[in-house]
Design a protein around this ligand. Structure first.
Ligand SMILES: Nc1ncnc2c1ncn2[C@@H]1O[C@H](COP(=O)(O)OP(=O)(O)O)[C@@H](O)[C@H]1O
Ligand SMILES: [Mg+2]
Length: 262
């Protein structure tokens, strides 16, 4: 068992995010308050356009809130920092670096001696099962492998918070399942506070301690489920509650389907 961390608490207090435009202002995120407790894994689910990525971008320090406060361990978030790692759906690896080079890039600003930088990068690649592919370039890697490099590159600097925006959305179902167990392993070892955006209710229920459901735009938090089922979870063996919650969330998200159809 890893020790529970006491850092990585994200405070989101009365945050509203608006994007002004010539015609009309968009409220991308309605008044939202929530705390991500240190070392927890929160899944965020909600209709397309409800403000999930906007909230992530705000926590990452890329977007300033129009109202309210965002903090990390009590200090206001004023811009991007190494304490907050980000993984997107598109792989965002540097095509001109090898897998090892991409992971080393994450370590660059730490100013380590070269041998230690390489050693740490290799260890991180080993943790995600890519030792044999360290010298390959992104275009030689499968989608799942590229996301494993991204995970290694992000965790290697020891972020307190990890934001993942539909990270496995572009992967096939089978690869996604193996990414789930890989991510759980890496997360349980490093214990960053994770906020994980997904369209996939099952993914949220299999991975997260907390599942937050957002309304249609402008997004608000409408439901919170605290899950205590042991990991690794599976619908076949994690008890009927998980299936009940699944039905409930699917019901909450269904009105969106009607809107798309019309
Ligand atoms: N940089 C931006 N400028 C203007 N509008 C934006 C910007 N980013 C997001 N939006 C708008 O904010 C709303 C929420 O977007 P987003 O956070 O991407 O939703 P989600 O990730 O839940 O699909 C959408 O209406 C989107 O068009
Ligand atoms: Mg999004």
């Amino acid at each position: 068992m890893t020790d529970q961390p006491n850092v990585g608490r994200v405070g989101i207090d009365d945050v509203v995010i608006r994007f002004p435009s010539k015609q009309a202002e968009t409220t991308a995120l309605d008044r939202t308050s929530l705390t991500l407790e240190p070392g927890t894994f929160t899944a965020l689910i909600g209709p397309s356009g409800c403000g999930k990525s906007t909230l992530m971008n705000a926590i990452a320090g890329f977007v300033a809130p129009s109202e309210g406060r965002l903090s990390l361990d009590g200090a206001p978030i004023t811009g991007p920092s190494n304490d907050v790692g980000v993984i997107f759906q598109q792989y965002a690896l540097f095509p001109w670096f090898t897998a090892l080079g991409n992971v080393r890039f994450g370590l660059k600003q730490m100013g380590l001696p070269k041998a230690e930088e390489i050693g740490r990068a290799r260890a991180a690649l080993e943790e995600v099962g890519l030792s044999a592919h360290a010298d390959k370039f992104p275009q030689q890697l499968s989608g799942g492998m590229k996301q494993r490099v991204a995970i290694a590159r992000t965790f290697v600097v020891g972020p307190k918070v990890l934001l993942m925006d539909e990270p496995f959305g572009a992967l096939d179902a089978q690869t996604r399942v193996s990414m789930h167990s890989l991510l759980m392993g890496v997360w349980q070892k490093h214990r960053a506070t994770v906020l994980f955006v997904t369209h996939d209710v099952d993914e949220a229920l299999l991975l997260a301690d907390d599942v937050r459901v957002m309304s249609q735009a402008p997004g608000r938090m409408i439901r919170h489920y605290a899950l205590t089922q042991q990991r690794p979870r599976a619908f076949s063996r994690s008890g009927p509650e998980l299936l009940e919650i699944r039905e409930e969330i699917l019901g909450l998200l269904r009105p969106e389907d009607d809107l798309i159809a019309t």
